[in-house]
Design a protein around this ligand. Structure first.
Ligand SMILES: Cc1cc2nc3c(=O)[nH]c(=O)nc-3n(C[C@H](O)[C@H](O)[C@H](O)COP(=O)(O)O)c2cc1C
Length: 218
């Protein structure tokens, strides 16, 4: 096979040695640990610390994935916002389960959240939409996310139209836009360690809602 890249990808490697993760000091609730790690990423000024890859099951049965921004986390789960007409939303309607993967390179950490997906209540989506910058609100009305379009001019014409429509008025939330919440059934936290002997703790939620912890081989 002819490789066109000048860089030798096979020779790129880093040794991870910033921190460790052990069962004794890990809290019994993985959401507490996730919140701590997210705060660490924010404090470290990690770029887009709340960006995560969202994996869903495609309508054709193939896996699909894309990046979204986490907009909330609490005991009920992990929330992101999107178009309810997008490919991901159609996929989640057919198969309401998803995985979110966070990667904080500066901290040598990965978190993998798997769970069941529901739409967030309308009032919660309304409150978040109202907090967004006006240009993002207009963008939500402009884009039919994941639809094929003829060119950028189409988008710009639509933006001009919605900008005129809402001139001098509050922009309401489009009914086709809102949040999803992933209620986690398992959360795996990964901390890079030297010599590829990384720490992996997987929390799984049992029938009664209690979390159990297991260590996975790297
Ligand atoms: C850093 C980053 C953040 C993003 N955040 C979101 C988001 O919060 N919600 C969203 O719908 N799309 C977001 N996107 C765009 C998605 O990755 C994707 O292109 C879009 O949602 C359409 O995906 P779909 O066709 O699979 O539904 C983001 C992309 C990047 C690179």
């Amino acid at each position: 096979m002819v490789c066109r890249m000048k860089a030798d990808l096979a020779s790129i490697r880093s040794d991870y040695q910033r921190a460790g993760l052990d069962e004794q000091s890990a809290p019994s609730d993985p959401i507490r640990l996730f919140e701590r790690w997210m705060q660490d990423a924010i404090d470290a000024k990690h770029p887009e610390p709340n960006a995560a890859t969202l994996a869903t099951l495609g309508e054709d049965g193939d896996p699909d994935a894309r990046v979204v921004l986490l907009k909330g986390v609490d005991d009920a789960g992990f929330v992101f916002y999107t178009s309810y007409e997008s490919a991901k939303a159609r996929q989640l309607a057919a198969h309401p389960r998803a995985t979110l993967v966070f990667f904080w390179l500066m901290l040598e950490r990965q978190v993998r959240v798997r769970g069941e997906v529901t739409r967030v209540p309308e009032a919660e989506s309304d409150a978040y939409f109202a907090s967004r910058p006006r240009e993002s609100q207009l963008g939500a009305w402009t884009s039919h996310q994941s639809a094929v379009i003829g060119g950028r001019a189409e988008l710009e014409a639509k933006l001009a139209e919605v900008t005129t429509r809402y001139d001098g008025k509050d922009v309401p939330r489009p009914p086709t836009w809102g949040g999803f919440r992933i209620a986690p059934t398992s959360i795996e936290l990964w901390q890079g360690r030297p010599a590829r002997l990384h720490d992996r703790l997987r929390y799984a939620r049992g029938e009664a809602g209690a979390w159990s912890i297991t260590r996975l081989s790297p």
